[in-house]
Design a protein around this ligand. Structure first.
Ligand code: HEC
Length: 215
């Protein structure tokens, strides 16, 4: 290529300005370069239409949401299959218990019916909830049984014990169960309340004067 300016209209024109002794030609952009640019523009429009406007194909955000949802589902599945031993272990983990306590003590939550002391009392008056700090249980006092009653609620919904899993999710239910368990000891005796579903009538050594209803 001729580095000198020329009058021929076919030749690239050398532009007037000089920077640090460098001059430049007024060149047409090479076709391969323009072609790449146009392809990119067309690609962008297609991509934008499909992913952001028409919902064809899933965007990175969707993919991400899907992966997160899958992981959460897998973790929930794992928590649903939690064992008594794992729940007892959680009840000895200060961090977990603290998290469960925060849920329990939230106004309008468990504390409203079971009391700050978990004894079902407020300033000497009986609250609607059963005591959770004693060894007598209506629905069974093993960690799994407590976990399940909190998840699914009372079989008798008129009693007011809701299925908390819908509100809290499985993870938090396991934490609040750990908090309840932190008021108990592994291996302590468990007695059935006289009004337990399927309680073997008088066999329940309940320290209440009223006779347990025989079957
Ligand atoms: C609106 C009042 C209310 C709230 C709020 C409430 N409960 Fe209950 N809970 C009850 C009642 C009433 C029962 C007894 C249900 C029955 O007799 O069928 C009960 C039963 C239970 C039992 C079974 C006790 C046993 O002896 O078997 C557990 C465990 C329990 N609740 C834990 C919780 C936890 C944890 C929370 C918070 C996530 C909570 N409850 C929130 C009213 C409540």
């Amino acid at each position: 290529m001729d580095p000198h300016p020329t009058s021929s209209s076919n030749e690239p024109k050398l532009r007037d300005h000089v920077y640090d002794g460098i001059q430049e030609y007024d060149q047409k952009l090479p076709n391969w370069w323009l072609f790449t640019l146009y392809i990119t523009i067309v690609w962008f429009i297609g991509h934008w239409l499909c992913y952001y406007q028409l919902g064809i194909g899933s965007s990175d955000q969707d993919e991400m949401d899907k992966v997160i949802a899958e992981q959460k589902a897998a973790r929930d599945k794992q928590t649903e299959n939690i064992t008594d031993e794992q729940l007892w272990a959680m009840s000895r983990d200060a961090k977990v218990v603290e998290a469960g306590k925060a849920v329990f003590m939230t106004p309008g939550m468990c504390v409203t019916c079971h009391g700050t002391e978990l004894n079902g009392m407020l300033a000497g008056a009986k609250l609607p909830g059963l005591p959770l700090n004693d060894q007598q249980w209506k629905y069974g006092g093993t960690p799994k049984e407590i976990f399940n009653i909190v998840r699914k609620g009372s079989p008798d919904i008129t009693k007011g014990m809701a299925a908390w899993e819908a509100v809290l999710g499985v993870q938090k239910v396991s934490e609040v169960t750990a908090f309840v368990l932190s008021h108990h000891h592994e291996g302590e005796p468990i007695t059935k309340a006289p009004d337990s579903p399927g309680a073997p009538g008088a066999a329940a050594p309940a320290p209440v004067p009223a006779p347990a209803p025989a079957k």
